[in-house]
Design a protein around this ligand. Structure first.
Ligand code: COI
Length: 349
């Protein structure tokens, strides 16, 4: 079924100095909203950004039936706007919705909603090289009923916010062996709200101990690296790119996937496999060059400077000639239209 999106725009709100604000703090002028009722999507609209009215009984408030995506639009060199890998984000959104028993959004509705919103708020796409427009599609269960059940009603929304560097400096991370982010069979590979809320407490403890993020380990042995905070974890050990394989406990990161493809095209040696923290210790103690970084939409490539394992801190290689910066640069060039988009990742609007 075709969905018509109505557009109501408002008098232009001045684009302020968005660079000085924390990530995600300022929304653009408009948002997209559609309602799911009686088994179908309806009232698809791009409207001025506004607060929601929600029943205190809304199921999402009690049982966490929520799913979201994190995407980015870039200002290209030629002045066009590029929504990066919109199709891959749609696929992941679809998988997350399925895991959380939420209704699918037709691909055309998802893409058109984002396209119309971004075009209307085009002035909010930063022109600076380190800027982008962060796009947050999300769905919440809105049926007003406190009984534990799958909701019959939902809102699908998209909001945007100008984004700059997520982490101001290289990270200090702590290998986490007491708490786990996800267990096999759980929701770890879905981008659902609960995965993030559940990570707050261990992350807060790590911050109190002087670290920026945790490096999660697996739930069975607490030995194998999973993800870091809100990012996939990647390493170069003596110039070999190593990253954990996807599983039910790891998010299928779009940045991770993009960096792997770029590395392959550059002829780098890649190993997608389990990596234990013991292997990292061995590499550090053998004097190997270890690069570590987080990969994510918001963080892009976030260099890790220190990895704490138990009571010992190990120093990673973050000098300008590190391999991770080659991947970062190529990704930047593709998204900005400075290098040919041979992977067909750019959705130029
Ligand atoms: C992203 O990188 O897009 C994320 O969703 C992580 C975080 C901002 C929640």
């Amino acid at each position: 079924m075709e969905h018509t999106i109505s557009v109501t725009s408002q008098a232009e709100r001045k684009v302020t100095d968005t660079k000085s604000l924390p990530f995600g703090k300022i929304p653009t002028e408009h948002m997209f909203i559609a309602e799911y009722k009686n088994g179908e999507w309806q009232n698809a609209q791009v409207v001025p950004f506004h607060d929601l009215t929600l029943s205190p009984l809304a199921l999402c408030l009690h049982y966490g039936q929520t799913v979201f995506e994190g995407m980015k639009a870039f200002m290209m060199e030629d002045g066009h706007i590029n929504i990066f890998r919109a199709d891959k984000h749609y696929d992941r959104f679809t998988k997350s919705l399925h895991r959380m028993c939420m209704p699918q959004v037709p691909e055309k509705l998802f893409i058109d909603a984002i396209k119309q919103l971004v075009l209307l708020d085009a002035d909010w796409v930063p022109k600076e090289a380190d800027g982008s427009l962060y796009i947050r599609p999300f769905m919440i269960a809105t049926e007003d009923r406190i009984g534990v059940k799958v909701s019959d009603e939902y809102l699908f929304m998209v909001v945007c916010s100008p984004a700059f560097q997520y982490y101001a400096k290289p990270l200090k991370v702590k290998v986490e062996t007491n708490f786990v982010r996800a267990a096999e069979g759980g929701t770890g590979s879905a981008k659902c709200g609960g995965n993030y809320g559940g990570a707050f407490y261990p992350t807060q403890l790590a911050r109190e101990a002087g670290y920026d993020q945790v490096l999660w380990t697996d739930s069975v042995h607490n030995e194998f690296i999973e993800e870091s905070g809100t990012m996939n974890a990647m390493f170069f050990i003596d110039n070999v790119l190593v990253t954990p394989q996807l599983s039910g406990t790891i998010l299928d990161g779009v940045t991770r996937d993009s960096l792997l493809a770029i590395a392959e095209a550059k002829g780098m040696t890649i190993e997608v496999r389990q990596i234990s923290y013991a292997e990292l210790i061995t590499a550090f103690e053998a004097g190997k060059r270890v690069e570590a970084f987080g990969a994510g939409t918001a963080a892009v490539v976030a260099p890790i400077e220190i990895i704490a394992i138990g009571h010992k801190e190990y120093k990673c290689y973050i000098e300008p000639d590190a391999m991770m910066y080659q991947l970062q640069k190529e990704l930047f060039n593709i998204r900005r239209g400075l290098t040919a988009d041979t992977f067909k990742w750019n959705y130029v609007i």
